[in-house]
Design a protein around this ligand. Sequence first.
Ligand SMILES: [Zn+2]
Length: 191
Amino acid sequence: MRKEDIITLPNEHLRQKSSRVHVIDTSVQTLVRDMVDAALDWEDSRPHEISAALAAVQIDQLKRVVIVRSDFEKKENRDFTILINPEIVKYEGDIEEDYEGCLSVKDIYGKVPRYTKIRVKALDIDGKPIRLKAEGFLARVIQHEVDHTNGVVFVDHIREKDDAFYELDEKGELQPLDYDERIKTNNLLWD
Ligand SMILES: [Zn+2]
């Protein structure tokens, strides 16, 4: 799969709930491989960004499968952690705002409030239960991805906020977007 297989808003599937995976068979392994290929192909086309994570719905498969990059700092590490049926079982810490982007939201970034610490349960690719504690950016990424499995896109959290939307300039720096002109009635985001 390639970056062109990643669906973007306003595709309505991005606002639908994904279903749980009951049997982890070769079709799930193929799905994970397709997700990794699409995420890395996207990254290879973007000089300033990393593919931090992807949910299956983003390649148009409404299944509760998420991949999260093993190392957000080093692009040369192309490994992902696989989370099947991920669930946030506890929210801890404070709520902090920070920047987020999404492979399914073209060229728009947002400052999104998220919990700083979470506890997560999921299954790995062998069907074994995983429990993990996540903090900081990893906690943010997992909350973003679990949202995808529930049909929620990051922009939905900040829809009414006129100072929360940004775009990347050519140097890779985030610049604020004019809310009334570019966001408020943007059919790509809200239809
Ligand atoms: Zn996303």
